[in-house]
Ligand binder design. Structure first.
Ligand code: IDP
Ligand code: MG
Length: 141
């Protein structure tokens, strides 16, 4: 059975551009319940820790530098089959390949600045939620 929680971040450029509010409104409109939310500015080291699975890939350093270039908005979301539903909602990694109406298609500008992060498995969702939030900060309705 799939879990009902996922983790997401609004990436620095989308927040800087003023798209944060619209993205959050769309997330809520699509039926995801926000059960944790905070804004943080990562250091390059913290970003590297968060994206450790990509260590060694050609885009790793640039990704960590980008993700620490400004504030990100972190959220834990609840919905049935949350991870899969959210990945579908945000669209493909590359905004050019993302389906019409998805967050990355609407707000992403290139492969790196693709508007939002979305966890890729229940295991990642749990790890990523714990990376940013304590138990007290995740609301149990
Ligand atoms: P995902 O965000 O759809 O799960 P991942 O493959 O996990 O995609 O990559 C993490 C992030 O790294 C992407 O969201 C994107 O910002 C960036 N990224 C992935 N592949 C490339 C690339 O080939 N060039 C530049 N940035 C990339
Ligand atoms: Mg990923």
């Amino acid at each position: 059975m799939n879990g009902n929680r996922t983790f997401t971040m609004i990436k620095p450029t989308s927040f800087k551009n003023g798209d944060g509010g619209n993205i959050i409104a769309r997330i809520i409109g699509a039926g995801f319940k926000i059960i944790a939310l905070k804004m943080v500015k990562l250091t390059p080291e913290k970003a590297a820790q968060f994206y450790t699975e990509h260590d060694g890939k050609p885009f790793y350093k640039s990704l960590c530098s980008f993700m620490s270039s400004g504030p990100v908005v972190c959220m834990v979301l609840e919905k049935e089959d949350a991870v899969e539903a959210y990945r579908k909602f945000i669209g493909a990694t590359n905004p050019d390949e993302a389906a019409e109406g998805t967050i990355r298609k609407l707000y992403g500008t290139d492969l790196q600045q693709n508007a939002v992060h979305g966890a890729d498995s229940d295991e990642s969702a749990n790890r990523e939620a714990s990376f940013f939030f304590s138990e007290l900060e995740i609301i149990n309705y």
